[in-house]
Design a protein around this ligand. Structure first.
Ligand code: BG6
Length: 489
């Protein structure tokens, strides 16, 4: 594992949920694993008044909570918290940035930190333009020395439409260099997602089958049991299409469908991702209702900060196509929803069946030879195939060959944010979204959003919490999850 150079991380939105739930716990884990540089400090900035010590005490509770049942090493925790500082400041006022600049300068002097700074925008999206603009106005977007650098990490949602994403990109590129901008998508930080690349490109056995000749369809899903909880305000304006599909699930699709880059380096990998996005077949308005099903869980409109007549979708299933040589006419079924029966994210590759059935009970219809990549929970990879039942005759039974990540035993599975934060510190943007990829994904999503806006509540299907989403999804022709062939019973 590489260790990053000494640097300072400035977190805007430091008293918020993301910082307490994800960022500081992940940084703590990196600290414990010895992956932080020797001279690395964190300066939290937010409106709430805290002294450094008060802020440390406030975040200590969150870090402890995030460790759940694991034992906390108090000495380690305190030594991590000594890296943390805080400045109460109003990020909407440009004049305040002088105070921030002074505080940074002081920390750099006192702690002998070099002129290398990452700014993390863990704020509401409304601030993604203003904060960088204020940094620029105060000369804080460029390094003051030859070895120095500035980087900025932007949380999702990156825009709410093609137009706003393009505007934000343009704005940021005017302030930072593209290579200094890190657009985070936490799905790409998941070990199991990165492993898709290793599974595909380090094994010779999959590549010959990985195309339209042998693959019937691919399903990519992220189901959740929770509802919108206390995020109604954000979610009601976003919906599942923007919240999950435009970013996480489309990225999973790209990892599944992309060609191998010639070298494992950020730009060649990101080039291949963009090629997939550009080959996505755009939806025609008259086809949308046949190829996309949207739903809302019953009771959603009664959630806090949700409009009583909201038409926001909490479930989306869509049939997509990638118009290129490898994938022509192979349906990709992408679906996600809240308040479903289980929490799971997975990729299921359904292979075509044999051209002719020889054995009793043999599956047909591309339903039983599957490669299941389980992203979470119970991270695993399973290959399903038919075998002979012991005894007389030749009756087929479907069996599964399983690999479970926990069989790698002591190897700790890091949280997505640990990996992504460390990559940004190292200057590795492979697992961050590039502006052209983002814009290409919005190009697919935008017409759907317009269509739904015009349709209002028409074709919005309600579903019972705890079940599997609206029944209307059946019209997409997805292979049923539970195979009904004799050998699978
Ligand atoms: C976030 C979405 O990006 O991802 C949430 O905003 C969603 O609505 C979450 O719950 C799911 O992430 P994970 O890692 O739990 O699958």
């Amino acid at each position: 594992m590489k260790t990053a150079n000494n640097q300072l991380l400035v977190i805007f939105g430091a008293s918020g949920d993301l910082t307490g739930r994800k960022l500081l716990p992940s940084l703590y884990e990196l600290h414990v694993r010895g992956l932080l540089p020797e001279r690395f400090s964190i300066l939290g900035a937010a409106r709430t008044e805290y002294s450094d010590d008060e802020y440390r005490a406030f975040e200590k509770v969150h870090i402890r909570e995030s460790l759940k049942n694991r034992e906390v090493d108090e000495a380690e925790l305190d030594s991590f918290l000594r890296r943390v500082f805080y400045l109460a400041f109003d990020s909407t006022r440009s004049a305040e940035y002088r105070r921030l600049k002074d505080r940074i300068r002081l920390l750099q002097q006192e702690l002998q930190l070099p002129d290398r700074i990452i700014y993390y925008l863990a704020t509401p999206p409304a601030m993604y333009e203003l904060i960088p603009a204020c940094l620029k106005e105060n000369g804080m977007n460029v390094a003051g020395s030859k070895d120095g650098w500035r980087r900025v990490i932007v949380e999702k949602p990156f825009g709410t439409s093609l137009e706003s994403a393009e505007r934000l990109n343009k704005h940021l590129i005017h302030i930072f260099d593209e290579k200094e901008i890190y657009r985070i998508d936490h799905y790409l930080g998941k070990e199991t997602v990165q492993n898709i690349l290793v599974l595909r490109f380090s094994n010779g056995i999959f590549e010959p089958l990985w195309n339209r000749n042998y693959i019937d369809s691919i399903e990519i899903s992220a189901s959740e049991t929770l509802g919108v909880e206390n995020r109604g305000k954000y979610y009601d304006g976003a919906g599942a299409l923007r919240d999950m599909i435009q970013n996480h699930l489309i990225q999973l699709m790209a990892f599944t469908a992309m060609e191998s880059p010639s070298v494992f380096e950020p730009e060649p990998i990101r080039d291949e991702i963009v090629k997939v996005f550009r080959a996505l077949r755009p939806y025609k308005t008259h086809d949308m209702d046949n190829l996309i099903v949207r739903g809302q869980y019953e009771g959603y409109r009664e959630e806090k900060n949700v409009a009583p007549d909201s038409t926001t979708e909490t479930y989306v299933a869509m049939k997509m196509f990638i118009d290129n040589w490898r994938w022509s006419d192979v349906p990709f079924y992408i679906f996600t929803g809240k308040k479903l029966s289980e929490k799971s994210s997975e990729i299921v590759v359904n292979f075509k069946s044999t051209p002719h059935q020889l054995f009793a009970g043999q599956c047909s219809g591309g339903s039983c030879n599957k490669l299941i990549i389980r992203i979470q929970p119970n991270e695993s990879i399973t290959l399903k195939f038919g075998l002979k039942m012991p005894g007389a005759g030749f009756t087929v039974k479907q069996v599964g060959m399983d690999f479970r990540y926990d069989s790698l035993s002591k190897n700790y599975l890091p949280d997505a944010y640990e990996r992504l934060l460390l990559d940004a510190m190292l200057g590795d943007s492979t697992l961050y979204a590039r502006s052209d990829a983002l814009e290409a994904s919005w190009r697919l999503i935008d017409p759907i959003l317009h269509h739904w806006k015009e349709e209002g509540a028409k074709n919005l299907f309600f579903y019972t919490p705890g079940e599997d989403g609206p029944l209307e999804k059946a019209k997409l022709g997805m292979i049923p999850k539970e195979c009904s062939c004799q050998s699978c019973q």
